[in-house]
Design a protein around this ligand. Sequence first.
Ligand SMILES: Cc1cc2nc3c(=O)[nH]c(=O)nc-3n(C[C@H](O)[C@H](O)[C@H](O)COP(=O)(O)OP(=O)(O)OC[C@H]3O[C@@H](n4cnc5c(N)ncnc54)[C@H](O)[C@@H]3O)c2cc1C
Length: 412
Amino acid sequence: MNDPRYSVTGSGFDSTRKQKDLIALAESLGPVFAARAGKYDREASFPFENYADLRSASLLGLCVPEKFGGLGADLRTYALVSATLGKYCGATALTFNMHACSTLWPGILADDLDMTAAQKQEHERYRAVHFKRVVQDGSIYAQPFSEGSAAAAGKAPFGTLAAKVDGGWRINGKKIFASLAGAAHYYGVLCTEDKPGSSMRDTLYIAVPADAPGFTITGEWDPLGMRGTLSRTLLFKDVFVPDDAQMMPRGLYFQAAGRWPHMFTTLSPTYMGIAIAACEFTVQYLRGELPDMPPVKRRMYPTKQIAVAEMWVKLEQTRALFLRMLEDARVDPPKDARLRAYAAQYTIMENANALCALAIRTCGGQSMLKSLPLERLYRDSRCGALMLPWTAELCLDRIGREALYEPGEADD
Ligand SMILES: Cc1cc2nc3c(=O)[nH]c(=O)nc-3n(C[C@H](O)[C@H](O)[C@H](O)COP(=O)(O)OP(=O)(O)OC[C@H]3O[C@@H](n4cnc5c(N)ncnc54)[C@H](O)[C@@H]3O)c2cc1C
């Protein structure tokens, strides 16, 4: 893909050499991922072959800090790579998000947080264990936090509990919609410390190995879209993990959630990629340039031209907000940047689906045949707005409240 119209940044964007190289690397993998995407979608099977390619390209260590042997991508760089992958295979990009954030959060993001000297020392030792698994062993991490309660929305403590025991933790609980179920080597579980009076401040982030006794995967996975994510149910029954399974020191996840809000925007790049792919498909289709399709042109009809114009306006609005949100991403962002992050997430998730719907309407009946990728893009795009903690609804909820109330303010 050399056409800047369909690159994630567009031409002239101020990106670093490293970002350019990593985007080019993701682009080079893209066509093969796109060719395999239909099979994973049809079978609801995990994109193992794509992960083998990501591993060979060293991209599993994308967000592992350089001093631990990774590529040291920050959130902005991660998002540009992720969106690029999203253009080709939504399920790969979305699951890659869970894996990459399992290294971004304990890595570059945690470096911005306040820790005592003892916590810092402990974190340095523990995260070295996790990063080595990723960089040297090629391990994949999942990120299960949803439980079907208010916890994943960030409004209540997680119901999965970790009790401190000699030399480690004993975990009990259940997670739903855990992407990479059965494919990951480790599951980075968010849970609450099992002690009297525990609250959201006592959230722990602990990695459970796939072969830990007491850990099981259950349930069907036959959804509308993002079928290759294999987001099944995880059960934890007295699962013991050693102390170094902690991915962040006690209290750090809670601090991160408050001070680094852009950590919750990382699902949106996948859908930015899908939005671009829908526009590219539409232009190719109307120009009669799609491979394996008769070279019938439909671009000469004014109705098609207007529809493409509408799509283009929506795409550029979405991309502009996406790139601006990435510029804002930092610890302790000002209030306007936080509101913009909600607005960007909302816009990307809603517009990706709207663009796919417009693409189908514009291209017409043949475009939604299973032999073409558009109907999969449409189904995959539907999932974005549902993803906690920043669902489209919850973004509106937060914008409305936080725009009208300052912290601590209440009505009489
Ligand atoms: C393809 C896919 C992959 C996924 N992968 C993962 C994963 O890897 N890890 C993971 O942890 N989760 C994952 N999820 C789960 C996802 O984030 C949701 O938890 C999941 O869709 C189940 O939530 P629900 O819609 O049933 O939640 P419900 O709790 O029933 O919420 C329904 C809706 O109500 C609103 N809502 C919920 N709570 C509140 C509240 N307190 N106040 C106001 N409104 C609220 C939200 O808008 C929410 O969308 C994935 C989901 C999908 C679709």
